[in-house]
Every structure is written in C-alpha cells, then in structure tokens.
Design a protein around this ligand. Structure first.
Ligand code: 5U1
Length: 670
C-alpha cells in the first residue's frame, strides 16, 4: 500500500507539473498522448483504491452534485472595480492625478495588462489547498462558485511548490476563449439548443451553473491579475513581481503583461495591442494600467470603490455600416411603443445583430432616420445595439419615413401620445397580449416572484395559446397543459410546476413589485410593504396618505391608487392569493429594510464608496440620511477629514462609525 501511495503521489506531481508547463509556461515537455497515459494510469489506480482519492487530485475536476442555490461569500478585502478612460486625454489626466497625489515628477512605472471581457473571481487557498472561490458580486460579497471554478483546467487545485502564504486569495478573470465559444455554439446549433450571444455571456452562463458538471463541459479559462487576502508571508514590493510570484505558484498570468516607464509607453502599448486585438485567442475590451509600486499604490488609495492607481483604457465601441430594411414597433409592459430597426445582419462587437433600438420617435426625428437608410450601428458589451447616425452621403432615393402607427400593432387598440411626452402608448392595458406577456415576464423575473424557468419563449406560448390570460392563471396551469407545449418534455413540465409552487412563498414587497404597477420599483415596493399591513389596506388608500411615505410623490401615488381601484386588478390579486401565495410580511421586509426609522449623517471622505453611494445604500436599507447632526440623529458615519459634524456628534454623544464599522453594518454585521 505504501508503494501505491508513493506511485499515486509521483503521478499527481508529474501531472501537475506538466499541466503547469503546458498552461502556465506555454512550454510543454511531453506530448498530449504521453500526458494522457499518465492521467489514465492515475485514474485506474484511484478506481482500484478509492480511499486514496484526495480533493486536490488532478482527476477531481469533473464537477460535483448540483446545488440548490449559491451560498454567499463575503470578501474580506473588497473586490474593486476600475475607473474607465476612453480617450488619450483621459489617460493623460489619470497620469497627472497620479503625479499630483504622489507629489513627484518624472516617469511613473506602470504595468500594462489586457482587459479581458469575462467575469472577475477571487480564489482562496489555505495551506496551498483551494478552499473557496467566489464571484465579484457587488464587490463586498459574491456567490460561492467553488465547485465550478475547480473544473477549470488552469486553476490550480493546490498551489505549486512548498513556498506559499498560509492564506492566499488570488483574483482574476474567467473567460471563454474565442475558439471554445465558436465550438460550443456549433454544438448547440447542431442540437437545436440556444446559442450564446458572445463569449462573455457564455462564460457567465457557464460559471453560474448550479450543476458544476455542466460547467466542466464548457471551455472556460482564467488569467490571474491580482491578490486579495494574504497571511503568513510578505509579498514583493511591486505588482509585477507579485504576478511573477503567483505564476510560480501555478496561477496563469496573461502573456501580454508588460512593465513600462511613463504614460506615453502606456499609450503605445494600447495602440499596439489594439492592432493585434483581433488576432488574440480571447476577447478584450481595453487595456488596464496599474502603478507598479505597492508603496505608491497605498499612498494613492481608493475613491468610490475604484483604486486611484489603476485605469481601464477602453477600446472604442465598434461601429459598423448596415441598412435599415424595416422598422417595427414593440409594445412594452406599460404599453410604451419602441421603434425597432430591422437591419441587414452585421457582425459587430462580438455578435451578429439584425435589430437595433431607435428608442422613441423624438430620437428618430432627431437623427433623421428613414427606412432604407444606410446607418452606423454600435454595440458595446451587453448594451442593446443602437443606431448611431445616418450616412447622408449618396443617400438612397427610395428611403421611406417612419410613421408612428395609429393602432397598436399587436391588439389594434388606439395609440395615445400625451402632449410633451416622447413616449406613445397602446391604450388597452392588459387586454393587449404584448403587454400581458411583458407583465408576466416581469412577474416571473428573478427580483420579483422568481419563477425559475418561466422564460420569454414559454410566456409567449402560454399567452398565444390562451392558457394564461391573467397573472393568476399561471397558478392553475396543469401538467398536461405544460407538457403539451412545444419543447416541453415531461420533466420540464414538472420542473415548471415545482418552480411555480416554490414561488408561492415570497415577501409582501416582492409581490407588490411583481404586480408591475407603473413607477413602483423595488425601493417603492419595499416602502409600501413597510407602511401597510395588508394588501387590502392598499385597496382603499388615498393619494394623500401615499404621499406621506418617503419618496412617493403625486405621480407615483396616482399610479398606485388607480391600479388598486381597478376592479380587474383586484380580482387578479384576490385570485393570486387564493391560489396559495403566502406573503411573509414584516419579518422578511424588516430584514430587507433593517434601518427603517434610523437617521444617519455622513461626514468626511470614505475610501471605498462615494457619499452618494453610501447614501443610496443606506436608503435602500430603509434609513434616512440627513444633512446635519441633531438629537434625532442615530449614527454619524465619519470618513477621513471629518469636521464640524463629527465634533457635534461627539458633543451630543451620538454613536460614531468609522468606515470599517460602517461597512460591517451595511453588510449585516450589526
Ligand atoms: N487585467 C486586469 N483586469 N482587471 C480587472 N487587471 C484588473 N484589475 C482589476 C480589475 C477589476 O482590479 C484591480 C485594479 C483591483
């Protein structure tokens, strides 16, 4: 047995080392076939001696049992975002700010890195073992995607060598190489499955799988670009040396990273990489510049969650010419009509597009857009493609004006445009199938009733086949009805029924949000849920009473009263409740708004967020943020250089929170 243990160890060490040479050093010293032989040998021994399998064995990357949901992981050191620059002068201004803050002249040493278009993650190693991996989330906490990250071949399950910190968090970008993306989509197409729009979406969709066996089947990769928590070792003095150090430990860093002197060399790097961008095997959307010296980084600090020592210099959004072949009008949830240009398909910004939004008729007029026009279209990241401008040179003769329809293109009701408003609307409300579909999609969405699997295609079928007319009909769908739909296997039909059942337990505020009352977003829904005990209270509420609630003005109040005084709406709500929807009121809502009734005053400069962000966060949790300190103040948050307000708080004996106490409070440790 001792002998077998030794062989297993030798095989694992050898496989890990060859993996490292192949992926990290890009310098393999054995052939793929020789590598496969080693791997199979290890698999065979482990099959015969399962007691020898360890979690960091290279064979253990195949994915684990599906999860019900992702757990939350708090980032002990927040995962920062980057400030963006778009022009050379933005970059020069960044360099000037760095000089000013450091109070030095002469050229700064920067590290230039490609900016991958993927998903940021943080991976934690304890005693060299991978123990946890999390997405960035909101920067303060993300989702636990450990099982998924373990399936990525370039993520070490154990750090290489014997010289590593007791605790080390490495941070980087998970992405899908262009080749893998194309192959994945080709396979999806052959199977008649949905294709991903671009590599970024494919990477995100693959990483956020509850079933990590699916992630294991996706061609994901990672480049590491930084560190988080480090314990038990002093790291080098510069960012670049730290990257080389984590590379030694087995963490792949990008091959294009370069140290340069001065901002002009940064701009030259950007220029050169921009030219080679298309030939790179992965998508990038810009270049990141980072001050190399950690000492200088510390002096520079942060502002609003982004470091002052780094800048993302973005490539311009790609623009391309095409022709508008037609314009159709889409009807949204509130009946708003959006003109959508049908385009001759073009490949732009990493995807083929055949539609672009024209926003509204004012925009059509302003840009002088006609059917038949040659136009420039732009698509940046995940933003909806838009028409930038019309090419007026040699304009075709047969162009046609775009007319706002008189009747709704879906239900043929009258279209109304209130004077002075840019938006025209269909007037038939939920009688219009288009509005009904959008209302159902909103009701089912993640932040509303969160009905998993009730996607756009399914909603379209349910409405078109008259199986669902009102929101309440969702809860009387039967197995037979669902299983009879297109692309609905029996298992999916049962899953849908289970998801509907699960969604019946929700909170009062989510339910109010899900009803899709005009101008009632999540924050207003939370306020309403705090103010009223029962749904029936809302049936008889007056506009005046509503306006006593924070943030509810006359327009929102009017929308709310007119929604609840509508007989049809009330009957739908009653039916929803009768179908078994249980709304956990106070407890959950209070959890969502733990600071209700508390008044905060902010003073001084916070390092990790701006005054406005801090205010928004507090208000989202139910707090009031006041401009001056008085006896009514419950807490004063004091950042750097706090002045007279801090003094007043001390005089009045009001609890004072420093930044870390404040962040802890925001994240629920109060
Ligand atoms: N290459 C690279 N991408 N990226 C993204 N470096 C890098 N650094 C980041 C982010 C958000 O953040 C650090 C500057 C904190």
């Amino acid at each position: 047995m001792k002998q077998i243990r030794l062989v297993v160890k030798q095989l694992r060490d050898s496989i890990n080392e060859h993996n490292y040479r192949y992926h990290v050093q890009a310098n393999p010293t054995i052939s793929d076939t020789e590598f496969d032989v080693l791997f199979k040998k290890l698999q065979e021994i482990e099959r015969a001696h399962p007691e020898l399998i360890t979690r960091d064995s290279p064979t253990q990357r195949v994915g684990a049992k599906p999860l019900k949901e992702f757990a939350e992981v708090r980032h002990d050191i927040p995962m920062l975002s980057l400030d963006n620059g778009f022009t050379d002068s933005d970059v020069l201004a960044f360099d000037q700010r760095v000089h000013d803050r450091l109070a030095i002249s002469g050229e700064i040493e920067y590290v230039c890195e490609p900016k991958l278009d993927g998903l940021a993650v943080s991976i934690r190693y304890e005693q060299g073992q991978l123990v946890c991996a999390a997405t960035r989330g909101d920067g303060m906490s993300g989702e636990d995607v450990t099982e998924n990250i373990r399936t990525i071949p370039t993520v070490p399950l154990h750090l290489r060598g014997n010289f590593f910190p007791a605790v080390l968090e490495v941070r980087g970008e998970v992405y899908m190489p262009k080749k893998g993306f194309l192959e994945l989509n080709t396979r999806a197409e052959a199977k008649g499955e949905k294709q991903f729009v671009n590599p970024r979406n494919a990477a995100a969709g693959s990483l956020r799988q509850l079933d990590s066996r699916i992630t294991a089947s996706r061609p994901l990769a990672i480049f590491f670009y930084g560190i988080g928590v480090v314990e038990g070792m002093t790291l080098p003095d510069t960012h670049y040396e730290t990257l080389l150090f984590i590379k030694e430990l087995g963490c792949l860093i990008n091959h294009e990273i370069q140290v340069v002197k001065g901002i002009n060399q940064c701009l030259a790097y950007y220029e050169k990489l921009g030219q080679r961008r298309i030939t790179l095997p992965y998508e990038i959307d810009g270049v990141v510049y980072k001050v190399n010296s950690f000492k200088q980084q510390t002096t520079l600090g942060f502002v609003s969650r982004a470091p002052r020592w780094a800048l993302a210099h973005k490539f311009p959004a790609e623009e391309i010419q095409t022709i508008i072949t037609d314009v159709e009008f889409q009807v949204g949830r509130t009946g708003a009509l959006t003109p959508v240009a049908r385009l001759r398909p073009v490949f732009v910004g990493g995807a083929t597009i055949s539609n672009a939004t024209l926003h509204n008729m004012d925009e059509v007029k302003r840009k002088d857009i006609h059917i038949g026009d040659r136009v420039l279209v732009r698509r940046a990241g995940d933003v909806i493609p838009e028409v930038v401008s019309v090419i007026t040179k040699n304009r075709p003769k047969n162009i046609k004006a775009i007319q706002l329809p008189i009747h709704c293109p879906v239900c043929h009701a009258k279209i109304e445009q209130i004077k002075g408003e840019a938006i025209a609307r269909c007037t038939s409300g939920l009688f219009c199938p288009a509005q009904r579909k959008e209302a159902i999609k909103h009701f089912a969405s993640r932040r509303a009733m969160d009905i998993e699997g009730l996607g756009d295609k399914l909603v379209d079928q349910l409405v078109d086949q008259h199986l669902v007319t009102t929101l309440a009909d969702l809860y009387s769908l039967t197995f037979t009805q669902l299983a009879g739909l297109e692309r609905m296997a029996e298992k999916s039909a049962q899953n849908m029924l289970d998801a509907l059942e699960k969604s019946k337990t929700s909170t009062f505020s989510r339910f109010l949000y899900s009803l899709g009352i005009r101008e009632v977003g999540e924050a207003t829904a939370k306020q309403l849920a705090m103010h009223f005990d029962h749904l029936s209270d809302l049936y008889k509420v007056t506009e005046e009473e509503l306006q006593t609630i924070p943030d509810i003005g006359p327009i929102v109040a009017k929308h709310i009263t007119s929604f609840f005084s509508d007989k049809h709406n009330r009957s739908v709500i009653d039916k929803l409740i009768a179908s078994g929807i249980v709304l956990q009121k106070n407890k959950k809502d209070r959890q969502l708004l733990p600071f209700i009734g508390k008044t905060f005053v902010l003073t001084g400069t916070l390092q990790s967020l701006t005054r406005l962000e801090a205010k928004e966060k507090l208000e989202n949790l139910g707090a009031k943020v006041a401009g001056s300190v008085s006896n009514k103040t419950h807490f004063v948050v004091a950042g750097e250089d706090a002045g007279s307000k801090l003094k007043k708080a001390e005089e009045l004996n009001i609890p004072i929170l420093n930044e870390s106490a404040f962040l802890a409070m925001l994240s629920g440790q109060y």
